[in-house]
Design a protein around this ligand. Structure first.
Ligand SMILES: Nc1nc2c(ncn2[C@@H]2O[C@H](COP(=O)(O)OP(=O)(O)OP(=O)(O)O)[C@@H](O)[C@H]2O)c(=O)[nH]1
Ligand SMILES: [Mg+2]
Length: 683
């Protein structure tokens, strides 16, 4: 097996708005580099990257895929990521273990929401990057318009390194603005620059030379002195410019026609940084550690995939040292020893056993017991924790209802496996409603999760909007009496309770007070009365929701020396409570949430308008730096599907968080609807 030094590895994430062609481009890269012998297609479900049945079915990427190949003696660990925003957790993980990124842009659609998002992520993570303008063969493809858009959004550092030859159905190849050569067709044949492009190529070449010279004093001197720079000097200067983030080269091609891919591979090799050029960021320490293959092991787990047959597969990136098959490592995150079995390198779904994985490289291992995504594996005597991956918080929830009894039995295991595999999924039990709630990043995310449950674990479920945990209370003090008396044959039943109910301030909960004097209800029956009250408050008289914020005071009653019993006083307590509730002018309470919506400033009006239709009270705004954070209080019932509304208003540019604030009286017209709905449900 070939071992690579740190300098001879490139780890990079392919990023874009959905559908710009990352998976197609990665397939073309693997093919061009000779890692695969057939060029698969997304539309046929035959790509190396999108092998998952859900990906084949939906024709989109859902999971990150590791796609290594070799180019000029260098190992390129390409990570294809999904563009659909519900799966952005995979993007976060892929970026975290990459030294660089390629942002793919569609030549017809230009800069899209996802493009801006990915650019922002790269800026935040300080990742050197290339831009690949794909689909040059498509109708409406326009290189110059796309470059202008890129430069106006992201600045002049987006620097064309190529020019397309022809466009749309006439697209044939690219002009390399560094070597000033043309490359036509697939596989590319070297040619002269078409005369029609010569002037344009000359002036753009000048820009490339400037960018390359600028980063190096020696080169700039030479350049300003009018001396020509050698190809080697230019390439070296450009590399510096890219690695330091001063320049983002723009390349062009067509993944489908496999045009421009050789140049893309060359650019990855020539300009993108190796693992040696980036410090390893550790958690809980002031200093980053230097990447080295001779040091102790430090590896970060960036993905876990659960499979009922193969078991658990753990993907990790080695930062320092090395790890061997059939060895032991220390999981510093969980403080435990982990046994490493056979190590693999992974390409799509193909696993290849390897004896060792060294710093800079990535691979996987099966059946780890305590390790999960984000953990650091290291050596016990030199424990370190690498900075973990920041996953987005789940923002969209649905209730999971098993289809059958058999499904119910397996539901818990399936859900916990799924959330182990995907850190952006969360499972919890709904407060008061008792429903199992699955939260994720959007509707598609949860649909895919439900599909996986069926396919991987044989659990059929239906997803529904979660119920709102309404509550009930009273608004007036009330007194109520209930006598439970029955004479049936032998000895009878007797319990008699007088209750006083009193509304309490919101959020007080429930109180039970014993005020009986003179043994009119013997002390030993009081717990039974309380039990009856506590059971009855679980189902209010309006719509059967739990009753809160009341004080129930038992102040009188009577008993029978033979016929009274605990059960009789329980029945009397419950009966008195129900009567009292009806007399206390009961109302329905609804949960109110604090919502915090972060959006680009331009959407402020639309968002506030929409919040107003949702009975929200806007409490504050914090504009600044082009974004606005709107804080409001809003009934939970109005924002159960807010993720979907927000996405459609802002085309995916917004985000939000909600948390419970308090309960409030539901307005009468809303309450009436809910009460009627509950009655219909019962009959
Ligand atoms: N004409 C043309 N179509 C392309 C090209 N590259 C990709 N496509 C098509 O664009 C669609 C999306 O391509 P993908 O490769 O799946 O794009 P992606 O960026 O991986 O998509 P997601 O992973 O879902 O974000 C598919 O129908 C491809 O066939 C190209 O160079 N030219
Ligand atoms: Mg894809």
């Amino acid at each position: 097996m070939q071992q690579y030094t740190l300098e001879n590895i490139r780890n990079l994430a392919l990023l874009s708005h959905c559908g710009a062609g990352k998976t197609s481009a990665s397939e073309a890269i693997l093919f061009t580099a000779g890692a695969i012998t057939r060029l698969g297609k997304v539309d046929d479900g035959s790509t190396t990257s999108d092998y998952d049945p859900d990906e084949v079915k939906r024709k989109i990427s859902i999971n990150l895929s590791l796609l290594p190949c070799q180019w000029k003696g260098t190992k390129i660990n390409l990570i294809d990521t999904p563009g659909y925003s519900d799966f952005v957790g995979e993007v976060r993980a892929a970026m975290r273990v990459s030294e660089a990124a390629i942002i793919v842009v569609c030549a017809a659609s230009g800069v899209e929401v996802g493009t801006e998002q990915m650019w922002a992520y790269c800026e935040e993570a300080d990742l050197p990057r290339l831009i690949f303008i794909n689909k040059m063969d498509r109708e409406n493809a326009d290189f110059h318009r796309t470059v202008e858009e890129l430069q106006s959004k992201f600045g002049a550092k987006c620097l064309p390194l190529q020019l397309p030859i022809g466009a749309q159905s006439e697209f044939q190849g690219v002009v390399d603005l560094l070597t000033m050569k043309s490359y036509i067709g697939s596989p590319p044949k070297e040619a002269e620059i078409p005369s029609s492009l010569q002037n344009q190529a000359d002036s753009l070449h000048e820009k490339v030379v400037e960018a390359a010279a600028e980063v190096d004093d020696r080169l700039i001197e030479k350049y300003l002195g009018g001396e020509g720079l050698s190809l080697e000097e230019l390439s070296h200067g450009l590399r510096q410019a890219v690695v330091t983030g001063k320049t983002v080269p723009v390349l062009v091609g067509s993944a489908i026609q496999n045009i421009g891919i050789t140049s893309l591979l060359d650019a990855i090799y020539d300009y993108l940084p190796s693992p040696k050029e980036r410090d390893v960021v550790v958690a809980e320490a002031t200093q980053a550690i230097e990447p080295s293959q001779d040091a102790s092991l430090a590896a970060l787990v960036f993905k876990t995939s659960a499979d009922p047959y193969v078991g658990k597969l753990t993907y990790f990136r080695v930062y320092t040292g090395s790890v061997d098959s059939n060895s032991q490592v220390w999981n510093a995150t969980r403080s435990g020893t982990e046994r490493i079995g056979q190590l693999f390198t992974i390409r799509g779904k193909t696993q290849e056993p390897v004896p060792q994985l060294r710093a800079g490289d990535m691979g996987a291992v099966a059946k780890l017991s305590l390790t999960s995504t984000g953990d650091t594996l290291c050596s016990r005597d030199k424990p370190v924790k690498i900075a973990s991956i920041l996953f987005p918080e789940p923002a969209f929830s649905e209730a999971v209802h098993p289809k059958t009894k058999a499904d119910l039995d397996k539901l818990g295991t399936a859900l916990s496996r799924l959330s182990e595999e995907d850190p952006t999924l969360e499972v919890h039990r709904g407060a008061d409603t008792g429903e199992t709630i699955l939260s994720g990043l959007g509707e598609t995310h949860l649909e895919v999760a439900a599909g996986k449950m069926l396919r991987k674990f044989g659990v059929g479920v239906v997803l529904e909007t979660p119920r709102v945990p309404y509550k009930e209370t009273i608004t007036m003090p009330a007194k109520a009496e209930y006598k439970h008396k029955k004479q049936t044959g032998g000895h009878g039943q007797y319990g008699h309770v007088l209750l006083e109910l009193e509304p309490l301030p919101r959020g007080s909960g429930r109180e039970f007070v014993d005020k009986v004097v003179g043994g009119r209800i013997p002390k030993n029956y009081i717990p039974a009365v309380e039990k009856g009250v506590n059971e009855a408050v679980q189902e209010g008289v309006l719509a059967g929701y739990p009753v809160v914020d009341i004080r129930a005071r038992v102040y009188d009653g009577s008993y029978h020396p033979v016929d009274s019993s605990d059960i009789c006083f329980k029945i009397a307590g419950a009966g008195a409570l129900r009567k009292g509730l009806s007399q206390g002018q009961p109302i329905l309470l609804e949960p109110i949430m604090n919502i915090k919506v972060t959006i680009p400033e331009d959407f402020t009006g639309d968002i506030i308008g929409d919040l107003n239709t949702k009975r929200a009270r806007v409490q504050g705004m914090e504009p600044g730096g082009g974004t606005n954070v709107i804080e409001a209080q809003v009934p939970l019932a109005e924002v159960l599907r807010y993720a979907i509304d927000l996405r459609s208003i802002t085309q995916g540019r917004g985000s939000y968080t909600v948390e419970f604030s308090h309960y409030e009286e539901a307005p009468p017209h809303i309450a009436q609807k809910i009460i009627a709905g509950r009655q219909a449900e019962k009959t």
